[in-house]
Design a protein around this ligand. Structure first.
Ligand code: UD1
Length: 419
């Protein structure tokens, strides 16, 4: 098991080029299953979750190779429709393959991904939608089999009870080669869904309305290959901005998605940091002390404040003057990082969905364990601002989502090493 050893108290200064988005790359890799031909994905981040997705593709008979930040995927000879249990366990996002495999082969067998670090993550909405699109679903001892009796899924009118990102993506993936039209009401509007739709359109899919709450997909017979550049990672961007805000200094994010990061930057700005944007750049400067955020920070589906940035912002606010309050509305167990922050000297009280943060003058180094991907990143944010040295264990969580994490931080002058 590897650790990060972080020594805080150094200002971060410099420029960063953002990695490609994890949450775009994974559904786009799944979407490649639908393509009868070759796709070249540029800016594909080098992450353990991406390697797991590549293993699933290879298992299905797609040829997937990763090199130099590109993924080459040839799905001409897809022969499998089963996702092995160990790959389902490795990564919850493997559920994204369900819609694509069904769309390509008319059947798919997989296991329930089960709970994860963020609490129970059911897939009832995914299954209900696929069943409306004609799938017969059977469950034998945790292995789920979905089968389209006529071989091809059929379009349907669907209304989601909550704008789930994964369910919206799975429905789109199943609908692009379905017979007829599919309408998704109350669809999720996350930028990564739009990125997946842009990729699918480059392959010949007919999709309208992504980024809005009603998406319409007209099924086509076949998709063809394409070259596509994956969008930059707005959550990695938020993390590096949070680090600079917490430790002090100046950062230029060079290929940032400016409008897509705004739900985060508008809140971060309230801490007193100077944030300026131009085209695809975000500049942040923190000079003086940080201020608490006055309004309750409520995590919401996009374009609300992103749940994936809740932990890293909290790591900033623990040393701000005054009291800030978070309300986590997306996941049940998304405050597991707070124990580590408290160990480092933070004053945090969690009460159900709410977390009350009373700013303290400074944090100190401690021995902590990453609890989940973004929670682990939040510990690094806090450690860079703390006095002394912090050891962060279980960093495989962080490696799931951040490419060359320690290199990025070191290039800004931060003191971090892997051992
Ligand atoms: C995606 C992101 C994740 C992000 C989350 C919310 C990827 C790979 N992951 O996860 O980083 O934190 O969106 O922005 O893109 N739910 C159900 N039944 C369902 C589906 C979801 O009850 O069938 C619930 C979940 O338990 C959760 C909420 O809906 O409480 C949101 O989940 P969802 O939007 O589906 O998140 P994911 O797609 O899993």
């Amino acid at each position: 098991m590897q650790n990060f050893i972080v020594t805080g108290g150094t200002r971060l200064c410099g420029e960063l080029e953002l990695q490609g988005s994890k949450n775009s790359a994974l559904p786009i890799m799944a979407a490649c299953v639908l393509v009868s031909g070759k796709c070249l994905l540029k800016s594909c981040p080098r992450l353990t979750d991406v390697y797991s997705a590549a293993r699933i593709l290879n298992c299905l008979g797609c040829k997937c190779s990763l090199s130099g930040g590109c993924a080459e995927i040839d799905s001409t000879g897809v022969y499998g429709s089963e996702i092995p249990e160990e790959l389902m366990r490795e990564m919850r996002s493997s559920i994204m393959f369900m819609g694509a495999i069904l769309g390509r082969t008319g059947e798919c067998t997989f296991s329930i991904p089960g709970g994860c670090e963020l609490g129970p993550r059911p897939i009832d909405m995914h299954l209900a939608a696929l069943s409306k699109m004609g799938a017969e679903i059977t469950d034998t001892g945790g292995r789920i089999c979905c089968r389209m009796p006529k071989g091809r899924s059929k379009g349907a009118r669907l209304s989601l009870s909550f704008p789930s990102v994964g369910a919206t993506e799975n429905i789109i993936l199943c609908a692009v080669t379905a017979e007829g039209e599919t309408v998704i009401n109350n669809a999720a509007r996350e930028p990564e869904i739009c990125d997946m739709c842009r990729f699918l359109r480059s392959c010949g899919a007919k999709i309208k309305g992504d980024g809005e709450s009603c998406i319409v997909i007209e099924g086509v017979e076949k998709l063809h290959g394409c070259e596509y550049r994956i969008m930059p990672d707005r959550i990695a961007g938020a993390t590096y901005l949070a680090m600079t805000a917490a430790a002090g200094g100046e950062l230029i994010l060079k290929n940032a998605c400016v409008p897509e990061t705004e739900p985060f930057t508008t809140v971060l700005e309230q801490t007193g940091c100077g944030i300026y944007t131009a085209e695809n750049r975000i500049y942040l400067r923190r000079g003086g002390r940080l201020k608490a955020v006055k309004d309750r920070i409520r995590t919401m589906p996009h374009p609300g404040f992103p749940t994936d940035a809740q932990a890293v912002l909290m790591a900033v606010l623990v040393t701000a003057d005054g009291t800030s309050v978070f309300e986590e509305n997306i996941f049940d167990c998304r405050y597991r990082h707070t124990d580590a922050l408290i160990k480092m000297g933070a004053d945090i009280q969690v009460m159900g969905k709410a977390a009350v943060i009373r700013g303290v003058p400074r944090l100190h180094g401690a021995d902590v364990e990453a609890t989940d991907l973004r929670g682990g990143a939040a510990m690094a944010v806090a450690a860079l601002a703390a006095e002394g040295t912090t050891r962060i264990g279980s960093i495989s969580h962080i490696d799931r989502g951040y490419e060359r994490f320690e290199e990025a931080i070191t290039s800004l002058g931060g003191k971090i090493r892997r051992e």
